[in-house]
Design a protein around this ligand. Structure first.
Ligand code: COA
Length: 146
């Protein structure tokens, strides 16, 4: 069953819940770091959350790079709420902003992350470069750009 969801700005007080969700989605144990990151992201970056009946079920963070691009640093959706268009709506929120001072929108996707590659390709992102060992040693990523 598809759920009715809302996309809203993520706030400082969302940091604990959203960082726990992020860690669960990426199967990561870096919770302290993720919590700190969301504290910073909600205040200084472009951070949005997806909610269903008030519960946080997804998130996205983007920031402007020194090269004038907009970089999507993270995007994730709770496993129980996947394949309902929530990630697509989160990315569209970033894409639909005024692009006056932005050159490209970028994201680094792990090479074997087929669902994420399909998501971004379906929104017009194209392969731009290989990023070996990008976020972590031994993990290969691809830079996608639109
Ligand atoms: C990748 C992720 C964010 C997708 O979230 P989602 O809300 O399920 O995605 P959507 O429902 O908006 O899907 C949009 C499109 O992406 C593609 N897609 C998403 N999940 C897919 C899957 N499991 N298999 C194949 N294609 C998939 C499809 O093209 C889909 O369109 P369709 O449903 O009309 O076929 C989610 O699976 C996730 O949180 N994964 C773990 C974290 C992660 O890998 N984040 C990306 C880092 S770059």
């Amino acid at each position: 069953m598809k759920n009715k969801f809302k996309i809203e700005k993520a706030r400082l007080e969302d940091s604990i819940a959203i960082s726990k969700l992020e860690c669960a989605c990426y199967d990561s144990s870096w919770h302290d770091y993720a919590n700190w990151f969301w504290n910073v992201a909600s205040e200084f970056m472009w951070a949005e959350k997806a909610t269903v009946a008030g519960k946080i079920v997804g998130g996205i963070v983007a920031f402007k790079t020194q090269q004038g691009n907009l970089y999507i640093d993270t995007i994730f959706v709770h496993p129980k709420f996947r394949r309902q268009g929530i990630a697509r709506a989160l990315v569209k929120r970033i894409l639909n902003q005024p692009k006056k001072k932005i050159k490209k929108i970028q994201v680094a996707v792990e090479d074997h992350n087929l669902s994420s590659k399909k998501l971004f390709n379906s929104l017009g992102f194209k392969n731009r470069a290989d990023l070996p060992d990008f976020y972590d040693e031994g993990k290969d990523y691809i830079l996608l750009e639109k």
